[in-house]
Design a protein around this ligand. Sequence first.
Ligand SMILES: Cc1cc2nc3c(=O)[nH]c(=O)nc-3n(C[C@H](O)[C@H](O)[C@H](O)COP(=O)(O)OP(=O)(O)OC[C@H]3O[C@@H](n4cnc5c(N)ncnc54)[C@H](O)[C@@H]3O)c2cc1C
Length: 459
Amino acid sequence: MPESAGRVFARLSTDEPIANTEVVMGRAVVLGGSIAGLLAARVLSAHAESVVLIERDELPASAQRRRGTPHDGQLHTLMHGGRMQLERFFPGFGEQARAEGAIVSTAMNICAYADGVRKVSDGRMGLISSSRPFLESLIRRRTLDLPNVKVITCRAKGLVVEGNAVTGVRCATDSDEWVEEADFVVDATGRASKVGDWLADNGWQRPAMRRMAIDINYTTGLFTREPGDPELAAAIAYRTATSAPPRVATAAITAIERDRWLITIANYGRQEPIRGVEEFRSLCAGQPPVYREATSGEPVGDLLTYRQAESRRRDFHLLRRFPARLISVGDAVASFNPVYGQGMSSAALHASALSDYLRSGPDLDEPAFRFFQLQRVVVDAAWQISTSADLARPDVHGPYPRGYRFSSWLVGQIVDASIVDQRTAVRFNSVTYMRTHPSTLIKPSTLVRAFRVNRGRPA
Ligand SMILES: Cc1cc2nc3c(=O)[nH]c(=O)nc-3n(C[C@H](O)[C@H](O)[C@H](O)COP(=O)(O)OP(=O)(O)OC[C@H]3O[C@@H](n4cnc5c(N)ncnc54)[C@H](O)[C@@H]3O)c2cc1C
């Protein structure tokens, strides 16, 4: 009998140390040196004699923004599910992040507000609060410390496919072109990945793309964190769906390294841009008091904006013909509405799926269909969470999955109960933090408890 999605997810999201690794290939090549590529390289380092990371940016030695990741100035939260995988891949990661300046929160210094009402704390889950360049640079250092991993700075511009397998990657700089030979290739080039085109160039099918319009606008400001500011690691305040998209749909704060607050205001649709720090502060002043306090320090640099038109996923798991020795991971496979903070944790769980696949003794001369089936469980889970929340907005008009009305009513019961009931909050947050599979919510005991809480009866 096929394994259920819930069981696969439980195995991939485990915190068990990785054991029984075996070298099964000579040279692995990973395209893209951001979060997903680095984590794939970490996993491959235990299964390949050598791993080459191909990255078009010159990777900085420290935590700096870079051109290839234009979203890296925006607020990024590493959810608990992703954090646990980082601990598996790099033991002591959270402690090292804390020692170098990140704020590793307890659930006690995180707060969430739904329509201005403070949500009950789940009492358990912590997050790593830092800037994204800080997090990426720590992952990069840990990965490049591995003796068999190295980086080549160049552009990947195509695949070499011989027979039924990928055997190399076409690479280029401004002055040179060559082929990097490979026994296994991982595409981690982000949401604009060209792998579909490269496959089509070689006579293979490209994966179908599913899209959902979200039309989200981010505006992010950095402010100094002063003595006497709130003892807070992170806060999020959101408005539930209203007929007109609000000016502030979600406002999020993280305390980050070097005593700064990183604060994002997100809204949807065609809205006037936020014009300068004073308007940003006044919109924050309309939020719970911590927002006013966090924006009262000195602004550091200009406000940064980012717009994302859609969530999208490429359904590799549906392909029937695919070359062997090739997979895709991270945003190259699926990228969601960023307000739900799933991208980096998804990338970490894709890496866990790669580890599971390589430890299962696969025949590398066959297409990696089993990997795509494992990865699909992670993609489906994240897609379900983000699209069901987006579909609840009146300005989003589908596509609606089968049974949407009933399932959204059920989930709505759990969401409402999670605002006031700690036990429901623990179960619900565990899913949104990508620790457990969404199917764990549809248990009779969870649903009955949610109905009782929402009707004001003893749970
Ligand atoms: C506004 C915003 C906010 C977000 N907030 C969160 C959050 O709070 N929490 C969270 O978990 N996630 C968040 N995400 C998602 C997160 O940024 C990504 O999911 C995550 O970083 C994984 O990305 P990736 O490594 O797959 O791709 P990317 O980060 O896009 O990296 C792709 C890499 O490939 C390189 N590359 C591309 N093409 C080539 C080529 N041809 N040759 C060589 N190199 C190439 C690029 O230079 C880049 O380094 C957010 C995203 C956005 C846009």
